[in-house]
Design a protein around this ligand. Sequence first.
Ligand code: HEC
Ligand code: HEC
Ligand code: HEC
Ligand code: HEC
Ligand code: HEC
Length: 218
Amino acid sequence: MVQLFPPRVELVVKLVVAAIGLSLLALLVLAVWRARADLLIGKAIAQPIPFSHKHHVGDDGIDCRYCHTNVETGAFAGMPSTRTCLTCHSQLYRDAPMLAPLHESARSGTPIAWRRVHDLPDFVYFDHSIHVAKGVACQQCHGRVDQMPLTWRVSPLQMQWCLQCHRDPRPHLRAPDRVFEMLDPPAAEAARDAAREAAHVVALDSRRRMTDCSSCHR
Ligand code: HEC
Ligand code: HEC
Ligand code: HEC
Ligand code: HEC
Ligand code: HEC
């Protein structure tokens, strides 16, 4: 082969080409990763039992905390046990075929394997209780759950999404005792307006701490 460049220069050229190639590959991987996250938005996730928040929350008015019992006190919101479902369904719709996995779970003692709708990578720390305490409504991050026959995701859950709020959470907050309510846009806006002057809004952590890497990556 003809020697185009002296060996030393050729090595540099090869390294540069390799570096450009690797960067392009990295960008591609990142783009696919992002697109994948976006694709999950608005897609109902099939579950072992077709549980409907629309019926249980929207029509029957059951409070989030009845089933997600840890959401005010812990990082993890908590998922309802089979026994929680059976407080009503040991009578109601007892023989419905779609509830067969529920009775099977009660017999065997194996919890129902609900499929995750939201799942942050393990290197991200998230905590429900602090958000509830400071007045970030469920609806703000999870949307109109009370209208979902099967649950889907409305938020991208990417770092920029978290940071956008952490830089200035005030406009997004409600009074903490109203975080569980599902509201139409005008009512949701009114709830945020009402909270703007409230004491808890003033007592927020510093912006520096809320955007500090170690707050979410510990
Ligand atoms: C009667 C029990 C019950 C009530 C009440 C209830 N949920 Fe759920 N929730 C479930 C069950 C069961 C699942 C798992 C199946 C699914 O994802 O739809 C779930 C899943 C979810 C998920 C998705 C979890 C994941 O995998 O990421 C969110 C978000 C959620 N619920 C929010 C709410 C909110 C907000 C409220 C109140 C407005 C509420 N739920 C009220 C039973 C309940
Ligand atoms: C507080 C009582 C209560 C609890 C707790 C409860 N349900 Fe229900 N469930 C109902 C009622 C009432 C209906 C009828 C809903 C309707 O048609 O509006 C229903 C209906 C259903 C149906 C029939 C399909 C539908 O949505 O109409 C399924 C499936 C179901 N529930 C699953 C579950 C599961 C799984 C759990 C536990 C995570 C659970 N339910 C907890 C009261 C309850
Ligand atoms: C600031 C945004 C935000 C708010 C507010 C919020 N959630 Fe979540 N929720 C998330 C994220 C992010 C996840 C995924 C957590 C993970 O994968 O570790 C999640 C997961 C869940 C899950 C699945 C179980 C779990 O904890 O991982 C349930 C159930 C849930 N949320 C219910 C609720 C309810 C009920 C409320 C209101 C009281 C609420 N969430 C408020 C962001 C939020
Ligand atoms: C809509 C607004 C909003 C969104 C979106 C949001 N947060 Fe927050 N977050 C808050 C508020 C408000 C606080 C409370 C700050 C305080 O203590 O005053 C908080 C606090 C936290 C804390 C506790 C920090 C500490 O150590 O005191 C963590 C961790 C956290 N958020 C992680 C996340 C992650 C991860 C996401 C994205 C998946 C997220 N948050 C999305 C509003 C938000
Ligand atoms: C408010 C919470 C929060 C803060 C603060 C935060 N991150 Fe993240 N970070 C996240 C979340 C959520 C993800 C997961 C994104 C995803 O899955 O797409 C993430 C992902 C990452 C990733 C993986 C690549 C990517 O973009 O998905 C890196 C690297 C990273 N963060 C570095 C940092 C650094 C450096 C800082 C400080 C300047 C920081 N993060 C501050 C929430 C946060």
